[in-house]
Design a protein. Structure first.
Length: 245
């Protein structure tokens, strides 16, 4: 016991010398910084092994095979690497082959038109079928989605329920995991129908694009949601939104 007591006394005397406190503080800062940057690097990467994925661009399917790695560069732009190829991504979701599951390369918002509210979900969040409904997995947090649309703050709307998309004389029914991209600058509407694995691009769309079902209604051309007899512009700066829970 005497030896143990002497050890702690010696340690206390060494540690609490002013010179040594500075070194210990510097060491602690280095450890914290290393842990932070290592964790940040881990967060900025998403690796899929032994599972093929795909995306649709302007109506055409692009497949990714082998080990697939997503990461953020210094400008926080998402890259996907597969084999020897690297491609820069936007918010267009990636799909897991043979599963009812999609992953978002960018931060998205959860729009709840019935409530007139919006929330934020982080990049690399996945949406998947869970029994008879759909859920999102954001990090380690799993949340059920009901009466919601996912929105990238720009042009893309992603559905987790049956909806009808209308513009002009067209009325297109889409199921869960489908999406549309409404480009009002170029007057185009890009649609991906998940159930039929079919992409389409509509040009010269001059009419407003309306998304609706029995529960809610959205104007995708004006980025407006309608609720309780009111209307509200969607928030485009997703970073200002509260985290979805």
């Amino acid at each position: 016991m005497k030896n143990v007591k002497n050890f702690f006394i010696s340690f206390k005397n060494i540690f609490f010398r002013k010179k040594n406190i500075k070194w210990f503080a510097l060491l602690l800062i280095c450890i914290v910084a290393y842990t932070f940057f290592r964790f940040q690097k881990k967060v900025d990467e998403y690796i899929v092994e032994n599972h093929d994925m795909y995306q649709y661009f302007t109506g055409f399917r692009v497949d990714y095979n082998g080990t697939i790695k997503l990461n953020k560069d210094d400008e926080k732009i998402t890259q996907i690497t597969f084999g020897d190829d690297t491609v820069y991504l936007d918010s267009t979701p990636l799909y897991f082959n043979g599963e009812k599951k999609a992953l978002f390369p960018e931060t998205m918002s959860v729009v709840k038109p019935k409530e007139g509210s919006q929330f934020r979900i982080n990049y690399y969040t996945t949406v998947y079928q869970d029994l008879d409904y759909y859920s999102i997995l954001d990090g380690k947090k799993n949340t059920k989605l009901v009466n919601s649309v996912l929105y990238d703050g720009k042009d893309l709307y992603f559905f987790i329920e049956n909806v009808t998309v209308s513009f002009g004389e067209k009325s297109i029914k889409l199921g869960p995991l489908s999406y549309i991209i409404v480009d009002t600058f170029n007057n185009t509407v890009e649609i991906y129908d998940f159930e039929n694995d079919a992409g389409a691009l509509y040009e010269n769309v001059m009419e407003e694009v309306i998304i609706q079902n029995d529960e809610y209604r959205l104007n995708a051309s004006l980025d407006v949601m309608y609720f309780n007899g009111k209307s509200r512009l969607l928030i485009k700066d997703i970073s200002k939104l509260k985290q979805f829970s």
